[in-house]
Design a protein around this ligand. Structure first.
Ligand code: EPU
Length: 445
């Protein structure tokens, strides 16, 4: 098992590029189960979660071929329909094969993912949406067993909000299933996350008829067949935000390419109000298609944080679904707040229990107090390096940022969490001048 040894104190400086997005690539890859013929996926990030999903798709009969920067996938109409516990327990996002399997093969058996370190994570909205499309759904021996009626799924009106907002993968599942349902489906309270928009654009290019992309209301006219095509996975806005926060926390000068402000407005608004200078721009390169957007990693957009003159004024923030402040940057924001001035209340409205990083940040001296779904931090505090344990993907990133700020040596253990969702974060931080070494954990070789 690997750990990171971080020597704090360096000021990050330089230019790096965001990799393909984890949370966009997983539903895009799962959509291959819906498609006739081959699909070519480019700029797929090298992540443990992507490897797990590919393994699952292969177990479902997909043929995959690796290329330099991605995969070609083809999935026959007939094939197995079961996603076993062994895979789903390793990666909750495996649940996004449910909708495509049901729509194209008429049946799906997917193990229930259960809770995780982020708290209780039900899939009731996925099931509600699919049953509105006519699926017969039963929970048997810890698995969801879903069957389409004999004439196939049929369009319906579906309302997908939970008390914590809409569901990203729930929207992906219902959207994918609705593409092959008979008639029109209206998904109300659909997730507006850019990852859903990139899935919907891809499906339309495969022959689907989806309107309202990027809004809370998706209208899908079902079609008989979808055909595979080529897709380039969009850049990872959460990785970009993590790198910008690492830059800002070290009072650095960091530019992240392939990163568009429109996908990180809530973070940029906090930077603006707290006094972290930043710039945004678009590279002008001959041959770039006019109007290219962050849907593509070639978009040319970049964001750069610049050194601050006096410590930033930290601010209260509550995580919200897009375009609100992302829960996937909450832990990193909390780490950043330790260098700022004043008191910040950081509240979670998406996953009220997503605070496993707090005790570990406190081992570095952060002095964060938690009450319910809110963490209170008063900055500035002088962090000092210590051994810490990563509990999940974004918690790992927060501990790495804290290690970069802390004096002395911080050893971040269990970085396999980080490898699930960041493609080469350690390499990029080193490229920016951070002192960070990946090594075998002597305590857990
Ligand atoms: N929820 C329900 N019922 C459902 C589904 C969700 O009540 O059927 C609740 C959840 O418990 C949570 C909220 O709704 O409180 C939002 O959950 P959502 O379904 O949107 O989460 P998800 O789709 O399972 C994706 C990302 C997460 C990210 C969330 C929120 C992927 C693979 N995962 O999860 O990413 O935090 O959306 O934006 O896309 C991460 O990358 O670190 C990560 C956890």
């Amino acid at each position: 098992m690997d750990c990171f040894v971080v020597n704090g104190g360096a000021t990050l400086k330089g230019q790096v590029r965001a990799a393909g997005s984890k949370n966009a690539s997983l539903p895009l890859l799962a959509a291959s189960l819906l498609l006739e013929g081959e699909s070519v996926y480019e700029r797929v990030p090298r992540l443990a979660d992507v490897a797990t999903l590919l393994q699952l798709l292969e177990s479902l009969g997909a043929e995959s071929q690796k290329s330099d920067n991605g995969y070609t996938l083809s999935c026959p109409q007939e094939g197995p329909t079961e996603a076993p516990y062994d895979v789903v327990r390793r990666m909750r996002a495996s649940v996004c094969v449910l909708g495509p399997l049901l729509a194209r093969r008429g049946h799906a058996k997917v193990s229930l993912p259960g809770g995780c370190v982020l708290g209780d994570r039900p899939i009731d909205l996925h099931l509600k949406g699919l049953s509105a499309l006519g699926a017969d759904i039963r929970i048997v021996h810890g698995s969801v067993e879903a069957s389409a009626p004999s004439g196939g799924l049929r369009g319906a009106r579906v309302y997908l909000a939970s008390t914590h907002g809409s569901s990203v993968l729930g929207t992906a599942n219902v959207l994918m299933a609705a593409c092959l349902a008979r008639g029109t489906t209206v998904i109300e309270a659909a997730a507006m996350e850019p990852e859903i928009a990139s899935l919907a654009h891809f499906l339309n290019r495969c022959g689907a008829q989806i309107e309202g992309i990027g809004s809370h209301r998706l209208v899908v006219d079902g079609v008989a067949e979808l055909r595979g095509t080529t897709v380039s996975v969009p850049a990872d806005r959460i990785e970009a935000g993590t790198l910008l926060l690492a830059g800002a926390a070290t009072c650095g000068d960091v530019r992240v390419d392939a990163c568009e402000g429109g996908q990180l407005t809530a973070l940029l608004d906090l930077f603006e109000r707290s006094g972290v200078p930043f710039e945004e721009g678009v590279k002008s390169e001959p041959g770039r298609p006019a109007g290219a957007t962050a849907q593509n990693q070639d978009c040319g957009h970049w964001i750069r944080v610049l050194p601050w003159e006096r410590p930033p004024q930290v601010l209260d923030v509550t995580t919200r679904p897009f375009p609100g402040f992302p829960t996937d940057l909450q832990a990193q924001w909390l780490a950043f707040c330790t260098v700022g001035r004043g008191l910040a209340m950081v509240s979670e409205s998406v996953y009220p229990d997503r605070f496993m990083h707090v005790p570990e940040l406190n081992r570095l001296g952060a002095g964060i107090r938690r009450q319910g779904n809110t963490a209170l931090v008063v900055g500035p505090v002088a962090l000092s390096g210590a051994p810490v344990l990563a509990s999940d993907l974004r918690a790992s990133a927060a501990l790495v940022i804290a290690g970069l700020i802390a004096s002395g040596k911080t050893t971040v253990r269990r970085v396999y969490h980080l490898d699930r969702g960041y493609d080469g974060l350690d390499r990029k931080l080193c490229q920016l001048g951070g002192s960070l070494v990946r090594q075998k954990d002597p305590e857990k070789p």
